[in-house]
Design a protein around this ligand. Sequence first.
Ligand SMILES: Cc1cc2nc3c(=O)[nH]c(=O)nc-3n(C[C@H](O)[C@H](O)[C@H](O)COP(=O)(O)OP(=O)(O)OC[C@H]3O[C@@H](n4cnc5c(N)ncnc54)[C@H](O)[C@@H]3O)c2cc1C
Length: 824
Amino acid sequence: MKKNKIIIIGGVAGGASTATRLRRMDEFAEIIMLERGEYISFANCGMPYYIGDVITSRDALLVQSVEDMHKNFNIDVRNFSEALKIDKDKKVLTIKDLKTDKSYEETYDFLVISTGAYPVKPPIAGINEAKTLFTLRNIPDMDIIKNYINTQKPKRATVIGAGFIGIEMAENLHHLGMNVAIVEMADQVMAPIDYEMAQIVHQHIIDKGVNLILSDGVKEFRNEGKEILLSSGKTLNTDLIIFAIGVRPENMLAKEAGLKLGSRGGIWVDEYLKTTDDSIYAIGDAIEVTDFITKTETMIPLAGPANKQGRIVADNICGRKEKYNGSMGTSVAKVFDYTVGATGNNEKILKSKKLNYKVIHIHPGSHAGYYPGASTISMKLIFDNNTHAILGAQAVGMEGVDKRIDVIATAIRAGMKVTELKDLELSYAPPFSSAKDPVNMLGFVAENMINGLVKTVQYNEINELIKNGAFVIDARDSLENSFATIPGTYNIPFSEIRERLNEIPKTQKIYVFCQSGIRAYNTVRILRQNGFDAYNLDGAFKTYQSVYNPTQISFQEELDDSGKLVFESKETVKEMEIPGTPTLVVDASGLQCPGPIVKTFKSLESLNFGEVLEISATDPGFKKDVKTWVEKTQNTLIDLKEENNRFTARILKGQRTQTKSKPESGVSKEDSTIVVFSEDLDKAIAAFIIAQGAASMGKKVSLFFTFWGLNILRKPKKVKVKKSFIEKMFGSMMPRGTKKLPISKMNMMGMGPKMIKSIMKKKNVDSLEEMIKSAMDLGVKITACAMSMDIMGIKKEELIDGVEIAGVATYLGDTTTSNHNLFI
Ligand SMILES: Cc1cc2nc3c(=O)[nH]c(=O)nc-3n(C[C@H](O)[C@H](O)[C@H](O)COP(=O)(O)OP(=O)(O)OC[C@H]3O[C@@H](n4cnc5c(N)ncnc54)[C@H](O)[C@@H]3O)c2cc1C
């Protein structure tokens, strides 16, 4: 029997898989594997970690050597050998021996192209002169980068492109102690996930101290790559650049041989991975595959598909008829302490294909909350609104992300409907999951939505709804609500909803949210059964907050019955030894934001001044929040440790002052607060002159506008808002904005203000409008009193941009760090 002669071009993921499977299927075939480089079958996925010293053995990346592959599999491995030309009619391949520079021809019965993809390097000005710039595709690239780092000792690194390779490189360079910047043209990192999911990752990257620059691209590399000019005009100084903006299929051989290419430039293959030539197969990053979900052509440059395709092609060459059923793009990546996973299509793709889909966001725990170390997984699931097929899923969290994404990927592959996720019997014990696994939870939510038990709106719809007068209930406790909430919403804690139904209008739709969705769902069920048309904010405050307020929780002080600030501890603890052992140890692991802060607050309440609380949490937001909270509440953060994704804070109740007069942290009474009660132009000008002066001296300045003072902040043009008759009357009688303000003396029917303005102009003094703007630019906080607005019928839409609306408590909070308080 004639021996099959098979030549494989490319000796790494797809190529090496094909070769070894072929040998296992056909002991007698002649198998030649060509590789242009020195190394075959290396672990390219491990390279960023070797550069970052996480993988310390270079040899560990070299999975198979040329010799071993030959010895163990009897494969004729020819490294340093480049395939130059395919003559498909004659079935002849021209090969160049790169060591001798000599070319020769080799016939074949079957040819397998697994040439991979190369890093895109567009002709940006200065790119070829940039001596600091590197791309990463193979072992020699890795060695060059590693050698550069070892010899040049770069301190600042810039990663261009925030795909998987870029992000992994950023993390590893950061691990080496470099100051890292990431520049990404899109408004988000990691294209397989959607924006709101990426926002969680953005915050984490920023928290790690990486300079994340989104929606900006490179315009020019200057000074041999030491300086990067961005499209925004920003410049970055850098010692090392990793250029990772994406890859393109290595298709030249196929193209020149006249094989069909797909619309994206990848080699076209049929379901058996055969090209338009019967004897030539192609696999891996070089081909276009069918998207398993939409059945359209796509490119998915990942190792899993390349390896599996290699096996299928080997089988088909050996006479089997194996189909490749398409790729789903299931992927996972480590981003510092987070895992980011995705499978199937994301919303961006589905939107562009105009599919009718529904979205679910949930934030379950990675395992039972009562077992130590639980953390939140933020999950997104998308399903077909008509067929209920699962179209895609995304997850971000510290633990258990890969498991959930893999279960959903399996469900998609098995053609399961979204509701069937609830039936999956998944392994459970407290350290690993919950009796209702997050994947089951997705099934429950989907079923509730499909059955009409709950209707949802999305995080990106709620602001518009509020603007148009929607009634939105924050179903969290008032303490949580006071930390941060969606502006324009109404706080009715879930526990009070039954008693407070009379506060809710029956004539309009009601929207409800809580922190992670459970309390809002329960509230919605109560409301619906009481005849309200109630909707749940999908993904709850957690998803909303990740998009609209990703960086901070604003702590608003509250007044207790006696008018004292609840969070403010008036007493200070004199310089003293910090107790070695904490008085109270609290485990807030598994609680989601602001749960750990609420627990901190409640725990500290039970302590005496000078006692120490030790509190641990797994919520990543806790790290930042606890610092802010402790500072705001004038307690003392002794230390904050991070170990295995667990944050432990030791907090001394009260403020620890030094023996000398200056406090160690917290209240330095240097700031400035001004209450603006009057609407007179001259007084307003005086207030802003003082404010600007104080701000430019580095003080924090807070202007609190109340009663007539609110008129200074009104927009000059009439704004359409719903008002009662009295409110309309009142509004029309009061001056609308800076242009209409009277002066306190010699107003003379409006002549006075005109004279003042013209004198100010002549003397080159800024107008009041300019003063307000520059005060805001200087960081002066401008707050409108919520209570006076209500009394005077002024709506928030009528106020100029940049004004905060808050209660007297916020103002009182500001006065605690102020050394004077003016009343104008
Ligand atoms: C830094 C990095 C990290 C990655 N991390 C992951 C990850 O975590 N998970 C994941 O799923 N994927 C990851 N990938 C992608 C994954 O490595 C690829 O999808 C996979 O290797 C593709 O296999 P392939 O056989 O198509 O191409 P490759 O593995 O790239 O092999 C192609 C080979 O063909 C050779 N070649 C090309 N043209 C010729 C020619 N004319 N003659 C001879 N030889 C030729 C090339 O030299 C190359 O070695 C990563 C890739 C990189 C670069």
